[in-house]
Structures are given as C-alpha cells and as structure tokens.
Design a protein around this ligand. Structure first.
Ligand code: IPE
Ligand code: IPE
Ligand code: MG
Length: 249
C-alpha cells in the first residue's frame, strides 16, 4: 500500500487521542493468553509515539487503563499493572532522549504504589522536555473526571473562593485533569468498536473520530498516517456553514 501524503501536509493534528483497543482479541487470534496481546500492544505504542514525534504532533493521549477496567479479572489487572511499571521503567530513558514529556490524566492515586512511584520518576525526569507530550490516561473515566471537577468547584463555592454566577466552560475546563492540554482534534479507536467508552467526554466535543478494524497490536505508523489523512479530508465547520470558513491554501 502506498503511504498517504499526510506527512507533507500542513494540517497535522496538534493533539491525537487514541483508544487502544483489541489486544485481547489479537492474542486470541494468535492462540495466546490475553496478556500477550497487551505486551504486543506496547510495541504499537512505541511505533506511534515515534511517528507522532517525527510528525510534530504536540500531544498524544493514550487510553491505557479505564476506571471500568478495574472490573476485569484480578489476574489481568495485576498483569497490566506489572506491564505498566516495567514499560515505564524500560522506555523512559529512550523517551527522554527523544525529548518526550510524559504526563498522566486520571485517578492515578488508585494505582499500585510501585506504579505511582515509577510514573512520578518518569514525569519528573521528562518534565523539562519540549517535544511530544505523551499523556497516559490511567484509571481514567470522563464522567469521574467531571464529577471530580464538580466536587472541587463545589468546595470552592462553599469556601467563598468561586462565585457560582461566574462558572463558564473555561471554569469547568480548568478543573479537569487536562487543564493545560488543548482539546484533541483527532480521536482514533482501533478494533472495530464504535464507542467512546468514557474517554475525554468533555474534551472531544468537537474532535474528528476515526475508527479502524485494525487491532491495536497491528497498528503502526502507516495506520496512523491513514487516520491523519482521513482527518485532513474533513471539513471542520464548528457549527458554521462551508462558505463562512477561511479558504484553504
Ligand atoms: C485494550 O485491549 C487494552 C485495555 C483495555 C487495557 P482489550 O484488552 O480491551 O482487548 P479486547 O477488546 O478484549 O480485544
Ligand atoms: C477502552 O477499552 C479502555 C482502554 C482502551 C484502556 P475497553 O476494551 O475497556 O472498552 P469497552 O469496555 O469494550 O467499551
Ligand atoms: Mg477492549
């Protein structure tokens, strides 16, 4: 397959968010245990991070573990947490050398202590980096994020620090985990599932969605370029009509 011309095109999305789905089915197709699929999924993460860095994407947010994923069998949850710790430990030096800044969103305090510590080290080490912002959504759910924001705002109102009449979209956005991160322009979901699964509910209000049948462990740079190419064909009207939009170069 010839590569789409996404790389040469000016409109590379600033922020790409991915729902990395299909590891379990990939493993099943290969006659292996689910965790093998998650291991292979890490390879795809490596490829996509590298490609995003090359393309000049500013933010890449990866849905690595949802709040709902805690409901999986304990063996799978434990294996995922171990994989997370090992991957962060192993990959951080390379990510650091690629000028990647590692961040997290989600209720990360609910992760096991060794995960929290490993993440904290990776975040501190890469905090000054100016390249791709790699945002890991961990123990993340969009509704929980909104509930936490409401709670925080409620407290501020009760303490007299926030006037309820001044609450607007900006106030809400500033209480989310994504406070200083621009909204995603492109949300990709792999594995042929057509749902949002509680991901970036507020932030993806005007995102373009791209769905592919490809299972996450088979996703690579070429697949990413297809998604970006599809994004580049879209007319983003934000409620207006075509004729009101600035002329494309
Ligand atoms: C996505 O793959 C990874 C996580 C949710 C952690 P799945 O594990 O959901 O794979 P499928 O959907 O069962 O194939
Ligand atoms: C969404 O995938 C969460 C992650 C990719 C981490 P799931 O596989 O958990 O989503 P559902 O449960 O099928 O909607
Ligand atoms: Mg899944």
């Amino acid at each position: 397959m010839s590569e789409p011309a996404a790389e040469q095109h000016a409109s590379i999305p600033r922020h790409i968010a991915i729902i990395m789905d299909g590891n379990g089915r990939w493993a099943k197709q290969h006659g292996r245990a689910r965790i093998y699929g998650h291991h292979q999924g890490v390879e795809s993460v490596r490829k996509v991070v590298e490609a995003c860095s090359e393309l000049g994407v500013e933010y890449l947010t990866l849905y690595a573990f949802s709040t709902e994923n805690w409901k999986r069998p304990i063996e799978e949850v434990n294996a995922l947490m171990e994989l997370l710790v090992r991957t962060i430990r192993k990959e951080t030096p390379e990510l650091n050398s690629q000028n990647v800044c590692i961040r997290t969103i989600g209720n990360t305090g609910s992760l096991p202590e060794d995960c929290v510590n490993e993440l904290q080290e990776a975040i501190s080490l890469t905090a000054g980096n100016t390249g791709l912002n790699l945002v890991l959504a961990l123990s993340y759910s969009g509704r929980s994020e909104l509930a936490a924001a409401m709670q925080a705002m409620g407290k501020e109102v009760a303490e007299g620090r926030l006037d309820p009449d001044t609450i607007d979209e900006q106030t809400i956005a500033s209480h989310l985990y994504t406070v200083d991160i621009p909204d995603p322009e492109l949300v990709i979901r792999t594995s042929g599932e057509y749902r949002i699964s509680n991901y970036l509910l507020w932030q993806s209000a005007y995102a373009e969605f791209y769905f592919t049948e490809t299972l996450w462990p088979d996703f690579d740079k070429e697949e990413l370029l297809l998604a970006i190419h599809s994004f580049q064909q879209r007319e983003r009207r934000f409620g207006k009509i075509s004729e009101q939009l600035p002329m494309k170069p």
